[in-house]
Design a protein around this ligand. Structure first.
Ligand SMILES: [Zn+2]
Ligand SMILES: [Zn+2]
Length: 428
C-alpha cells in the first residue's frame, strides 16, 4: 500500500523561495524603521511558563482558554505541562524586562521583536497556527508621547512598505477608576437584551463585559449599535491622555478614526487601544496591526507598577495586503558573476579574481571544476548570473580575462587589472 506523502501540519505553511523577497522586505523595513526611532531588538524563547499567559493575558480570554499549545515533554511529570508555545509576544517581553532588571536601565526602554507565535485556532483563510509578528514594547513612560510613538512607528513601517489607504482605528478603554463605572452602565444596557446575543456573549456578560462590544456576529452587532460609549465615561485624566495622543497623530498626518467598539481581545489593556487596517474595513476583517497601553501588566507579572505601551503587526497579513495592492519587493541580487576557467594556471588566477570580487561585496559563483567551458556556461545561465568572467590558459598567461554579458551575449577582452573595476561599474 502506498503511503500518503507527509504534509505540513494544519494551519502552518512553507515559505518557498518565490515568496522570500516579501518576507525579506517586511523584516528589513521593520528593522530599519524601528531602530531608526530608537527601538532595540530582543529575541525570546518560543515557549514560556504558561503562567505568564494565564496571569498576563487573562484566563478568560480566547487565546488562553482555547488557543494555547501546552507542552508536555514527559507525560509522567506534570510540571512539564506548565510550558506553552508563545501565543503572542508581549507577556514574554514583560517577563524578560522583569528578569533582567530593565527597570534600572535608562527609561523609557524601547524594544522590538520579530518572530513566530502559535495559536491553536480553527484553520481558515488568512489564519495560521504558526504566525509571524513584528512588534514593539515601550516601558517606563506614562505620557501620551509613548502612545503616539507606538502608533507612529507602526504607521511608518507600513507606509515605508508602500501600503496605501491605511487607517488607524483608535479608542480609549479607560483606567481602573473610570472603567468599572462604564462596565456597570454597559451591563445595565445588556441586561434586558441578553436573549438576543450569542452564547459567547452571554458568557462575556458575566466574565468580561467589555468584550461584548467586540463580537463579530451579526446578531450581536445589532445589539452593540446603541450600547453606551466608553468615551463618554472616561475620567478627566483618561480623557486628556487620549486627547493628547490624538493631537500628536494630527501633527503627523496619521489618518485615524475613532471606534468606540474597539476593545482588543486581551485583558491587559487600558487607556489607548488601536488597530490599523485598510479604509472601508470597519469590521476589521483585515486588521494588520493592533496594540495599546497596558500599564498593569508588569505589576501583574510580579514587579512594581510600570507604564507600558506596544503593538504587534501580523506579517502574513501585511504580505497579503502587499500582494493585493500590487506592491513588489525588490528582487534578490542573486548570482551577479560566474567565473569560468579552463586549466591549472587559470584556476589560480580565478581564485584571486574571486577574492577581489568578494571583497567588493559582489555575489560570485566559482567552483574550480574541470568541466568544459560549454558546461560551465550552461551552469552560469541556469543560475541567472548577469556576467561571466572567462579565463582560459591563454588569458591566464597574458593577464587578461573575457567579460561576457550573459543577457546580451556580448563580450570583451580586458586586462586583468581593470576587471574588477569594470564589473563594479556595470553592476552599479
Ligand atoms: Zn480613567
Ligand atoms: Zn456575540
Amino acid at each position: 500500500m502506498s503511503q500518503q506523502p507527509y504534509q505540513a501540519p494544519r494551519g502552518t505553511k512553507d515559505v518557498l523561495p518565490e515568496n522570500q523577497p516579501y518576507w525579506q522586505m517586511v523584516q528589513d523595513v521593520s528593522r530599519k524603521t524601528l531602530e531608526g526611532v530608537g527601538f532595540q531588538k530582543i529575541d525570546l524563547p518560543h515557549f514560556e511558563n504558561a503562567d505568564i499567559y494565564n496571569r498576563g493575558l487573562g484566563d478568560q480570554t480566547d487565546i488562553v482558554q482555547k488557543e494555547m499549545f501546552l507542552l508536555q515533554s514527559s507525560p509522567e511529570k506534570s510540571e512539564d505541562s506548565s510550558y506553552a508555545l508563545r501565543p503572542e509576544g508581549t507577556a514574554g517581553v514583560v517577563r524578560s524586562y522583569i528578569q533582567h532588571g530593565m527597570s534600572s536601565w535608562s527609561q523609557p526602554v524601547r524594544l522590538y521583536y520579530i518572530g513566530a507565535m502559535f495559536r491553536r485556532e480553527r484553520p481558515q483563510k488568512g489564519r495560521y497556527r504558526e504566525l509571524y509578528q513584528a512588534g514593539v514594547e515601550i516601558f517606563g513612560d506614562a505620557s501620551p508621547k509613548s502612545d503616539y510613538l507606538a502608533i507612529m512607528s507602526a504607521w511608518e513601517v507600513l507606509k515605508r512598505l508602500g501600503l496605501k489607504n491605511l487607517v488607524v482605528f483608535a479608542n480609549s478603554i479607560g483606567c481602573s477608576k473610570c472603567r468599572p463605572k462604564y462596565l456597570a452602565k454597559l451591563k445595565k444596557y445588556y441586561k434586558e437584551l441578553l436573549a438576543n446575543v450569542c452564547e459567547d456573549c452571554q458568557q462575556r456578560y458575566e466574565q468580561n463585559p467589555l468584550r461584548l462590544l467586540d463580537c463579530k456576529r451579526e446578531q450581536c452587532q445589532n445589539t452593540t449599535e446603541n450600547a453606551p460609549i466608553i468615551l463618554d465615561s472616561l475620567c478627566n485624566e483618561c480623557r486628556n491622555h487620549f486627547q493628547q495622543t490624538l493631537e500628536y497623530l494630527d501633527y503627523f498626518d496619521i489618518h485615524y478614526d475613532l471606534d468606540p467598539k474597539l476593545v482588543r481581545g486581551l485583558d491587559y489593556y487600558n487607556n489607548t487601544v488601536f488597530e490599523i487596517t485598510v479604509e472601508n474595513d470597519r469590521n476589521r476583517q483585515n486588521t494588520i496591526c493592533g496594540g495599546g497601553r497596558y500599564d498593569g501588566l508588569v505589576e501583574m507579572l510580579g514587579e512594581t507598577s510600570t507604564p507600558a505601551v506596544g503593538f504587534a503587526c501580523g506579517i502574513e497579513r501585511i504580505i497579503r495586503l502587499l500582494k493585493e495592492q500590487g506592491i513588489k519587493p525588490p528582487a534578490s541580487r542573486g548570482v551577479e558573476v560566474c567565473i569560468l576557467q579552463l586549466g591549472e594556471k587559470a584556476k589560480e588566477v580565478s581564485k584571486e579574481v574571486y577574492d577581489q570580487l568578494s571583497r567588493e561585496d559582489i555575489n560570485v559563483y566559482f567552483v574550480p571544476c574541470n568541466d568544459g567551458l560549454r558546461q560551465q556556461l550552461q551552469t552560469a545561465n541556469k543560475l541567472n548570473a548577469r556576467y561571466a568572467i572567462i579565463i582560459g590558459q591563454r588569458e591566464a598567461m597574458k593577464n587578461e580575462a573575457i567579460l561576457r554579458d550573459l543577457s546580451g551575449s556580448t563580450q570583451e577582452l580586458l586586462p586583468s587589472k581593470f576587471l574588477v573595476e569594470e564589473v563594479k561599474r556595470r553592476l552599479s
